[in-house]
Design a protein around this ligand. Structure first.
Ligand code: AMP
Length: 138
């Protein structure tokens, strides 16, 4: 009896919210920025995405573009996200143009998974500029 109540409580606690993939943790820092629970230096917002300055910049210009939709990693995007993924790159280039870095060159990076260095599990596109970058990346 007690075990079945516990099982029901656990099922309720861990049920993913609508549109959230099972492996998406809504307490991540970017989800909190989207909910305006913590501040960010906003550079762009539209109905699908937000761009804001990276808090620990790795180049003179370093900002992030994130979808409003809860997607943990690039690999978690599904077929219905194809237009959204294109939109993120479009927004990255728009912000780069607005900041005047488009002609000198900028680097776009998506880290997918912890081996690639992903530390925040809400999909994000890094845009870095203002210095030269080595290849291959470290
Ligand atoms: P990644 O390692 O690819 O997951 O990148 C996560 C990025 O998020 C890092 O470059 C962090 O500096 C950045 N970051 C973490 N917390 C914040 C925050 N509160 N505001 C802006 N950028 C953040």
């Amino acid at each position: 009896m007690r075990r079945s109540i516990l099982r029901r409580l656990c099922a309720r606690r861990f049920r993913a919210p609508p549109n959230h993939p099972v492996n998406y943790d809504a307490s991540n820092v970017f989800a909190r920025i989207l909910r305006r629970e913590i501040p960010a230096r906003l550079l762009h917002e539209d109905h699908q995405c937000v761009a804001f300055a990276d808090v620990a910049p790795q180049a003179p210009v370093h900002f992030l573009v994130i979808p409003k939709r809860a997607i943990a990693r690039l690999a978690d995007a599904d077929e219905s996200d194809k237009a959204l993924l294109g939109h993120l790159l479009w927004a990255a280039a728009e912000v780069a143009k607005k900041l005047g870095i488009a002609n000198d060159g900028f680097r776009v990076v998506i880290n997918n998974g912890s081996n690639a260095g992903q530390s925040v599990f809400h999909l994000h596109v890094h845009v870095l500029a203002g210095r030269s970058f080595g290849w291959p990346p470290g």
